[in-house]
Design a protein around this ligand. Structure first.
Ligand code: G1P
Length: 287
């Protein structure tokens, strides 16, 4: 079955970006002039997703509004003969169907995904986490959607290699290699200390699941940090069903951290010759 729906959890408080996130959703903070959430949605749309399901919380309405039409702004731009900008704004509001569901309590990523269940039904679906920007020729999530179709399995999890001392920041898999970059999952553990990590293959916030994942999300107890962890549901599912991990091609920016956010900003800016010159001149001048 072709995957048409993607779940993007956006209910978090974005505490690492306070004070900006006191009044602005973290996801609306831009890389240059594009809100981070727009880059993630664009990845999904390029992959063929037609329906985005935001799992959100109070105070995050501006995310949905961003993907809605803004007719008064459109007509203002039209009257001002700013046709390129008018088209840009119109495209944002028409490119994808957006639905949302509230996560009424912040009980973890597993809980957030389970909140989307009524809007998913029996279909397979994609999950993209907004703190990870995947950049490359083929959208990260598309690579997983293709593998899911090819392998006809219960789930495919994106992977990337991390240095051993960084395992405690991620979900880490234990798997058997099937072919280059493809692993059959045996187990998975959330944020293990380096000595307890079963591998250095980490999950960068891109997943594809069949609706079977909901059965496992219902079974898990609270895990690391007292939260319902998606990782624990994947672990249970991998014990009974076929779940694969695929190493993603492309660059990952961890925009959940200030360092990764800065790196992404520089990488995006450097694509424009004028901005690239500003970066290089500024580095000389201010560092
Ligand atoms: C979440 C997941 C983790 C994954 C990470 C990717 O953790 O629980 O398995 O590796 O996203 O960014 P978080 O960073 O939300 O704590």
């Amino acid at each position: 079955m072709k995957i048409k729906k993607a779940v993007i959890p956006v209910a978090g408080k974005g505490t690492r970006f306070l004070p900006a996130t006191k009044e602005i959703p973290k996801e609306m903070i831009p890389i240059l002039n594009i809100p981070m959430i727009s880059i993630v949605v664009e990845e999904a749309v390029k992959a063929g997703i037609t329906e985005i399901i935001f799992v959100n919380s109070r105070g995050k309405e501006s995310i949905e509004n961003y993907f809605d039409r803004n007719l008064s702004l459109e007509s203002f731009l039209k009257e001002a003969d700013k046709n390129d900008q008018e088209l840009l704004i119109k495209n944002i509001g028409t490119k994808v169907e957006v639905l949302s569901v509230r996560q009424k309590e912040q009980l973890g990523l597993g809980h957030a995904i389970n909140c989307a269940r009524p809007l998913i039904g029996d279909e397979p679906f994609a999950v993209l986490l907004g703190d990870d920007i995947m950049d490359g020729e083929v959208p990260g999530i598309k690579q997983l959607m293709d593998k899911h179709e090819e392998l006809d399995c219960s789930g495919v999890i994106g992977l990337f290699e991390v240095p051993k001392d960084e395992t405690s920041k991620y979900g880490i898999i234990e798997g058997d290699i099937k072919s280059e970059g493809l692993y059959k999952l045996k187990s998975m553990v959330e944020k293990p200390l380096p000595d307890d990590a079963p591998s250095n293959l980490a999950v960068p916030g891109r997943y594809v699941f069949s609706s079977e994942i909901f059965e496992y999300l219902d079974k898990i107890p609270r895990g690391v940090g007292g939260e319902y962890q998606l990782t624990d549901a994947i672990k249970l599912m991998a014990e009974e069903k076929d779940v694969f991990g695929a190493v993603l091609e492309g660059t990952r920016f961890d925009t959940g951290s200030m360092e990764g956010y800065l790196e992404a900003t520089i990488a995006y800016a450097a694509r424009d010759e004028k901005l690239k010159k500003v970066i290089l001149d500024s580095v000389k001048k201010y560092t």
